[in-house]
Design a protein around this ligand. Structure first.
Ligand SMILES: Cc1cc2nc3c(=O)[nH]c(=O)nc-3n(C[C@H](O)[C@H](O)[C@H](O)COP(=O)(O)OP(=O)(O)OC[C@H]3O[C@@H](n4cnc5c(N)ncnc54)[C@H](O)[C@@H]3O)c2cc1C
Ligand code: SF4
Length: 361
């Protein structure tokens, strides 16, 4: 990377009585929830919000564009701004962010990239949510809707129910479209059990440490892996809702159901966002510390081919998948069978909450 230091996280040390009181409430009433509480990392006051935005403009945005898709063990946010939670609670208004950035001296890719995220993606997903009633009225009004709120796989991991989820959610459990007919429960690895996959374990521990990870880790690690494993999209959506501090139905559902998992088929994206190890190795430094080798035995790659093979009937006519589907055909029956066996083994091992090792595959 051109600059070895990522933008170091801003801290918010303002002694604020309300913040202390809320911290105390969290410690007393929610100590059993996963994650950690770090009041210094939480922007709470108006001054904190301004400090975060000043930090983002000075430290992150100059390199935001060039490194937008990079992932690293050395930084949870790389050059992303960390403002989403504050924007979603209206501490910072999108119109102000856009006009500030339009007026800054920045490389064009940073300026364009940031404005596209806020004006393009954020406004777009909000519109999709409103226009479809949270996807309840798409697919000819036949989208399945969960009767009760889900727990994002908490019970499968903890062995007990999490009553709080039911109380904070709406009257039903939200739309549960599933274009690919997926039925794998979300593995306990998403709740912090070690999977043995360095990329997944790093991002999951980042999320539980801060309730945050940046966009590409959400899309190309967490959603990618779950999609390759045929995890139920609604369960993954519920997990994102529980795990992230910036989560709301209007933004989680389009991002997870519409973009991350292909649960709505081509309604929001033209193809599934899935990849094997080559992409992760190119865009991150995770593979350097992994017990798998991205060029030889990484499970992501077998899972990728197994995914294309299992869903060939649906995906083969997708013009954006012409090349991968042609490569799949050339892969040969024996390797394709082995891919499906790896998929089954990983599904079983991870379903039990155990670690995958090269020996187990
Ligand atoms: C599977 C998945 C789940 C997601 N869940 C959420 C969520 O619960 N809440 C949430 O606010 N965002 C969500 N996003 C969108 C995006 O990942 C986050 O907004 C972003 O990572 C927040 O970090 P940041 O503030 O550092 O963003 P930056 O990369 O610095 O981007 C600046 C701002 O652009 C907006 N933005 C960028 N991409 C999107 C997008 N796809 N949808 C909506 N706004 C966007 C956000 O307001 C963000 O703060 C999700 C994306 C994916 C792929
Ligand atoms: S080798 Fe595979 S499992 Fe390991 S970090 Fe790289 S992509 Fe992830």
């Amino acid at each position: 990377m051109a600059r070895q230091t990522f933008c170091t996280r801003a801290t918010f040390l303002s002694a604020d009585l309300i913040k202390e009181e809320v911290g105390e409430l969290l410690r007393k009433s929610f100590a059993h929830h996963p994650g950690q509480l770090d009041l210094d990392a939480l922007p709470a006051t108006k001054a904190d919000a301004e400090k975060l935005w000043s930090w983002a403009k000075a430290e992150c945005l100059p390199l935001f564009g060039p490194y937008e898709d990079a992932m690293s063990r050395r930084s949870r946010s790389v050059f992303h701004t960390r403002i989403s939670s504050l924007v979603n609670i209206h501490r910072l208004f999108p119109s102000r962010l856009i006009s500030d950035v339009a007026g800054l001296k920045l490389p064009l890719e940073s300026k364009e990239g940031f404005i596209r995220q806020v004006l393009g993606w954020r406004e777009f997903v909000r519109h999709v949510h409103e226009a479809t009633d949270g996807f309840r009225n798409v697919l000819g009004g036949k989208t399945p809707v969960e009767k009760a709120p889900g727990d994002g796989g908490y019970k499968g991991w903890a062995g007990k129910t999490w009553g709080q989820v039911n109380r904070i959610r709406g009257p039903d459990g939200g739309a549960a479209p599933c274009a690919l007919g997926c039925d794998t429960p979300l593995p306990p690895a998403y709740w912090g059990e070690r999977s043995g996959l360095a990329c997944l374990d790093t991002v999951v521990s980042d999320v539980w440490a801060e309730g945050y990870s940046h966009h590409i880790t959400r899309l190309m690690i967490l959603s990618n892996f779950a999609t390759l494993l045929d995890v139920r999209p609604r369960e993954l959506t519920d997990w994102f809702w529980v795990a992230y501090t910036d989560a709301y139905d209007w933004v989680v559902e389009p991002n997870v159901l519409g973009m991350g998992t292909y649960a709505l088929g081509g309604l929001m994206t033209t193809k599934p966002y899935v990849s094997g190890a080559a992409y992760i190795n190119r865009m991150s430094d995770y593979c350097k510390l992994c017990s798998f080798n991205p060029k030889t035995d990484c499970p992501f790659t077998s899972l990728y081919w197994a995914f294309l093979g299992r869903h060939e009937a649906v995906l083969k006519s997708n013009p954006r998948l012409t090349m991968p589907m042609a490569s799949l055909k050339k892969r040969g029956a024996a390797r394709r069978k082995e891919d499906q066996q790896v998929y089954k083994r990983i599904r079983e091992i991870m379903g039990r909450g155990e670690k995958i090792t090269p020996q187990k595959l």
